[in-house]
Design a protein around this ligand. Structure first.
Ligand code: GLU
Length: 251
């Protein structure tokens, strides 16, 4: 699904959100080849003069694997401990992979209040802008280790949309294992139609988004449509695309 039709390279500032399932395999951990390939795509965009920011999920999924936690729902404190372990590995992996292109990465961990309270919002925005100014790529995630149930985004789709509007991005790309919006969940309804372009998020469009989420990720189509509302209200286009192949941005 896309709300924009311009080539990626013609944008000024892009936020790329990457879902956990693309980066982390429950058994083997980090998908290094996939990460290296997306860093190639990011380096190419940057060469074209595009400011790129990454909102990377995967801390909890990676931490679970590193700690060998069993599958199934985690208690809040368990997922916070998993995030603490996973985030440090995730940030290092991004930093190493981007450094092959002589790009420096900077880690930004945000809570809901950092995007909603004016003083913190201005601080976060200033730091991200400064990183972009010096040519670094902000690698952003929710600060899962301190965010509690009531005061958290919980999903990085909406967080990425807030980051996009906060930093004046003109495009948000949501990469996950879902290629876009269908009129009905395609795995349940053989007549489901793929919607290529959506110019307006109407109540009918919202009704098409189920809640589907996998064990690895928190978001589903619901949070992606919510992200679309946040982004487009601020004049930022949004693309939902599958990241299942290597080099998804180039593709
Ligand atoms: N912040 C979570 C993590 O890094 C991911 C949230 C989501 O899946 O959207 O594990």
């Amino acid at each position: 699904m896309s709300l924009t039709r311009k080539p990626l390279g013609s944008h000024h500032r892009i936020v790329i959100k990457i879902g956990s399932a693309l980066l982390v395999d429950r058994k083997s951990g980090l998908k290094k080849d996939w990460l290296d390939a997306i860093c190639e795509d990011i380096a190419a965009l940057k060469k074209n003069g595009v400011d790129v920011q990454v909102v990377s999920s995967g801390a909890i999924a990676l931490g679970r694997t590193v700690l060998g936690l069993p599958s199934g729902a985690l208690k809040l404190e368990e997922s916070q401990a998993a995030a603490a372990v996973g985030q440090i590995a995730l940030a290092r992996a991004w930093s190493e992979s981007l450094s092959r292109h002589e790009i420096v990465a900077g880690q930004i961990l945000l809570t809901l209040s950092d995007t909603e309270e004016r003083r913190r919002y201005l601080n976060a925005r200033a730091t991200i802008n400064q990183l972009l100014k010096i040519g670094a790529i902000p690698i952003i995630n929710e600060n899962d280790t301190v965010a509690t149930t009531e005061i958290r985004y919980g999903d990085n789709d909406r967080l990425a949309a807030r980051v996009a509007t906060m930093t004046g991005a003109d495009l948000l790309v949501l990469l996950s294992d879902i290629d876009g919006l269908y009129t009905a969940p395609p795995h349940l309804d053989p007549d489901a139609r793929f919607l290529e372009t959506i110019s307006d998020i109407t109540p009918e469009i919202e009704a098409m988004a189920g809640g589907a989420a996998s064990e690895l990720s928190r978001g589903g189509m619901r949070t992606k449509i919510d992200a679309g509302k946040i982004a487009t209200a601020a004049g930022c286009g949004m693309i939902i695309a599958s990241g299942k192949t290597l080099n998804p941005l180039k593709a």
